[in-house]
Design a protein around this ligand. Structure first.
Ligand code: PMP
Length: 445
């Protein structure tokens, strides 16, 4: 039992934490950055308190500006599957930086990374590198619309695909956390071209596809931005069949699941061939990157081989390509996904068990190394059931864990990621922190 009291490891008892430097840095940041951050969830709005300003990361740990150490389960929201500052990636980057950081001209590195991606996901017959997941999904939709000659798209409620206008309808992640799933500033005709449907609901999808001609259905095959939600058995297969029948392209947004739930992503795990795939995060090894790709006939429409315009000054950036190659080579080694699976089960299985021990309503959803502990007594299968989770308990849990040196996402509606650097001892330390945190709830502390 990982939470045993007589475990020889030192206890993770809440330490009085000095966070004066983070507080000062946050105040300064708010003078020059909206909300003091470069991306909304980081500001701790959903849980309250002061975001920690990070000085460095190493393996499973983050160190803040006041010198506090945290076991990190945010892992930059997914990219850092090998841990912070992995020596092989750092070394590859150092060598690459010496040769120049951007050329605005092709390099062999792009072909090398593309080939590795293709080996993992053969459905990407042609692919284009961009600099973020947002660009990947936005561009995939453009090419899907051009290919089909249709405007409407279908997305899943609570799915997050970056912040392009048409994708901010019932959006998950930070938009859901901050209560702005339908952002102001999106032109009405753009919003009207997006049809949201609940996840795991085939009737709703079938009805949406029958109402208007739909260019593409875009979804995270395993949503991770309303927290992790698993597809019901057969759901993704049926989505594939329905889109095929409707002449609609199926876009898998594997920005999180790609190289995360399996080397071949969710499409490999579930054995489904989407028409287009969006990638990001892990394929850049922690540097800014994205990619979209898929069927040759569709992707051949992208400029300069076709008329659909899409470009980027830093696209295929040599540093990002180098980090991506190093990351994928590391992940291709034998036993890596087995290790990630074991670590994922140890953490997520352990968290649910500890919560239940203290009679805290808990539902765990996990696939491989990503999962979410929902504070909900009932299963979470879609946006509505995810939103029913108790965010007040989450905020309490979050702060209890943070005070005990565990850095979780500052929102119920995100995943907790384990990396290759999270060994048994690190995870067990986390479970002890959870045990103490839930115990403090019971004691009213
Ligand atoms: N798609 C998914 C599934 C994501 O999780 C994210 C970001 N969390 C994006 C797209 C957007 O990627 P980026 O933040 O790199 O623009």
């Amino acid at each position: 039992m990982p939470t045993s009291r007589d475990d020889p490891q030192p206890s993770s008892t809440a330490r009085p934490q000095r966070i004066e430097t983070s507080e000062r840095l946050f105040a300064e940041a708010q003078q020059v950055l909206p909300g003091g951050v470069s991306s909304p969830v980081r500001a701790f709005k959903a849980v309250g308190g002061t975001p920690r300003f990070i000085e460095r990361g190493a393996g499973p740990y983050l160190f803040d500006a006041d010198g506090n150490r945290y076991v990190d389960y945010v892992m930059s929201y997914g990219p850092l599957i090998a841990g912070h500052a992995h020596p092989r990636i750092v070394q590859a980057l150092q060598e690459a930086a010496m040769r120049g950081t951007s050329f605005g001209a092709p390099t062999q590195l792009e072909t090398e990374l593309a080939r590795r991606i293709q080996v993992a996901m053969p459905s990407l017959e042609l692919l284009r590198f961009v600099s973020s997941g947002t660009e990947a999904t936005m561009s995939a939709l453009r090419v899907a619309r051009a290919f089909t000659g249709r405007d409407a798209i279908v997305k899943v409620e609570g799915g997050y695909h970056g912040h392009a206008d048409g994708l901010l309808a019932r959006a998950g992640s930070g938009a859901l956390t901050l209560g702005v799933p339908d952002s102001p500033g999106v032109p009405a005709p753009v919003a009207a071209a997006t049809i949201p449907v609940p996840f795991n609901d085939l009737d709703a999808l079938e009805s949406a596809l029958s109402r208007v001609p739909v260019a593409a259905v875009i979804l995270e095959p395993v949503p991770a931005n309303m927290g992790v939600v698993l597809p019901a058995p057969g759901y993704l297969q049926a989505v594939r069949a329905l889109t095929h029948t409707a002449g609609t392209l199926l876009i898998f947004d594997e920005v999180i699941t790609g190289f995360r739930v399996a080397y071949g992503g969710a499409q490999g795990h579930y054995g489904i061939v989407p028409d287009l795939t969006c990638l990001g995060k892990i394929i850049g090894g922690g540097l800014p990157v994205g990619a979209y790709g898929g069927r040759r006939d569709v992707m051949s429409l992208v400029a300069p081989s076709g008329p659909v315009y899409q470009a980027g000054t830093l696209s295929g950036n040599p540093l990002a390509m180098t980090a991506g190659i190093a990351m994928l080579d590391l992940l291709a080694e034998p036993g890596v996904y087995e290790r990630l699976e074991r670590a994922g089960e140890r953490l997520h299985g352990g968290l649910v068990a500890v919560a239940r021990q203290y009679a805290v309503p808990a539902y765990g959803a996990r696939l491989g190394s990503m999962g979410t502990l929902f504070f909900s007594a009932t299963p979470v299968t879609d946006y509505a059931s995810a939103r029913a989770a108790d965010t007040t308990i989450y905020a309490q849990f979050f702060h209890g864990m943070l005070a005990r040196g565990v850095h979780l996402a500052p929102s119920q509606f995100e995943a907790a990621f384990v990396s290759l650097a999270h060994d048994d001892a690190v995870i067990d330390e986390t479970l002890r922190a959870a045990d103490e945190t839930f115990a403090s709830f019971a004691g009213g502390g």
